[in-house]
Design a protein around this ligand. Structure first.
Ligand code: ADP
Ligand code: ASP
Ligand code: MG
Length: 409
């Protein structure tokens, strides 16, 4: 008998028929003797719909109230799935995040899980019931409802799996595993049977939305066996593996991209110690995360130009702050661009192979794609390009690195 945590995403619970299909799958696992905890997302489109409603009232909705609103999406699906299970003769109980004490910090809209009291879940499992838990939501120390950021149900599932020491955490979604890149952008993308934890972490952090980054971090920290599979077809999916000795040959495992980027530049800042801090300090103080940073010597050598990227949602407030700082510093000009994207090549094999960056830049140049910024680490190279080149850029690199072909052993 195994203890399995299964998570079903929005599309998988997007209609009554799909909820019934999820119930059938869950029941099959239980009938074969396993204990099953199910974590669900809101029905597809629901979280977006709720955000739109809130934005009709406040341009930047009150974070605490937004969490109260958004958490309702998952409350609907836990109840419906439990009903579907019970109707199929499978005893089940639904719980909100608060009811199973998914304790988080108080960072509304992007809260982090601190602790889970799994006793109630265990008692139900012992009594032969399937436990259905609302993903994406928790409760803070004051008893306020919190949510975990978009895609957060993945993290709920992995955290519950860690708390219960589950045998496996299965993420059921609308693709049958993790691919070399998003198959919706590159139809020639290839499904990976395994991906190392390190690469999955990098893919997720660089924008691959198949798993929320925090779910991968959790899986790493607590060594939760994690698998991504299709909720519509049978199959083995993709296992996130903790050993990387079988992937030495695969220099590049995938291409991640993020459409959520924006870039800001301040030109002609006096070139003095402390300038980077003066520019980025006020941005960080407002909890805006800065990603890539480039500093160049200005045209006259006594000044410097400074460019950095932020999440597109943070573009307007970041620009406002930067304009203020630029004034204080006597900078020449502030510019910005919210129609850029980031494309990244990821692979653990990259660290030992020279020439990957130059091949990447040459392939993009051949297609006339201008690179606006570059950043590298041991296992990734990222470039910022204009939004209109996203699809072309991803497909060009996918081809250039032979990712569509089966990996050669
Ligand atoms: P869910 O609602 O089930 O959580 P998501 O939309 O969050 O589903 O994640 C699944 C989607 O992730 C897929 O439909 C696919 O378009 C996208 N995706 C992005 N990168 C990848 C990748 N490398 N492999 C597979 N899917 C990816
Ligand atoms: N419903 C939430 C979202 O759309 C959480 C999730 O689906 O994981 O982001
Ligand atoms: Mg998701």
């Amino acid at each position: 008998m195994a203890l399995i945590v299964q998570k079903y995403g929005g599309t998988s619970v997007g209609s009554i028929e799909r909820i019934q299909a999820v119930a059938e799958r869950v029941k099959r696992w239980r009938d074969q003797g396993d204990q099953v905890v199910v974590v669900v997302s809101a029905m597809s489109g629901e979280t977006d719909r709720l955000i739109k409603l809130a934005k009709q009232l406040q341009e930047r909705p009150e974070p605490r109230e937004l969490d109260v609103l958004l958490s309702t999406g998952e409350q609907v699906t836990i109840a419906l799935l439990s009903m579907a299970l019970t109707a199929q003769g499978c005893p089940a109980r639904s719980y909100t995040g608060a009811q199973v004490h998914i304790l988080t910090d108080s960072a509304h809209n992007k809260a982090r899980i601190r602790d889970i009291d799994a006793a109630r879940v265990r008692a139900d499992l012992e009594a032969g019931r399937v436990v259905v838990v609302a993903g994406f939501q928790g409760i803070d120390e004051q008893g306020d409802i919190t949510t975990l950021g978009r895609g957060g149900s993945d993290t709920s599932a992995v955290a519950i799996a860690a708390a219960l020491k589950a045998d496996e955490c299965q993420i059921y979604t609308d693709v049958d595993g993790v691919y070399t890149t998003d198959p919706r952008v590159e139809p020639k993308a290839r499904k990976l049977d395994r991906i190392t934890f390190e690469e999955m972490l990098e893919m997720a952090s660089l924008g691959s939305k198949v798993l929320q980054i925090r779910s991968v971090e959790f899986a790493g920290k607590y060594r939760v066996p994690l698998r991504v599979l299709s909720s519509f077809e049978e199959g083995e999916g993709t296992l996130i593996s903790f050993e990387d000795n079988d992937v030495e040959d695969a220099k590049i495992s995938g291409i991640a991209f993020s459409r959520d980027e924006a870039k800001l530049t301040v030109l002609g800042v006096p070139d003095q110690p402390g300038v980077a801090h003066r520019i980025l300090g006020p941005i960080a103080e407002t909890n805006i995360e800065v990603d890539m940073i480039v500093q160049n010597v200005g045209a006259d050598e006594s000044t410097t130009d400074f460019t950095f990227t932020v999440h597109r949602n943070d573009y307007a407030p970041a620009l406002e702050i930067l304009r203020r700082t630029a004034n204080e510093l006597g900078a020449r000009q502030v510019t910005g661009d919210a129609s850029i994207v980031k494309i990244s090549l990821v692979g653990v094999g990259m660290r030992s192979h020279a020439g990957i960056a130059s091949r990447m830049f040459a392939s993009l140049a051949k297609e006339g794609i201008n690179i606006r910024m570059i950043s590298t680490s041991e296992i990734k190279i990222s470039v910022v390009v204009d939004e209109k080149y996203l699809e072309l850029g991803v497909r060009t690199l996918h081809d250039a690195f032979g990712l569509g072909q089966p990996a050669t052993a």
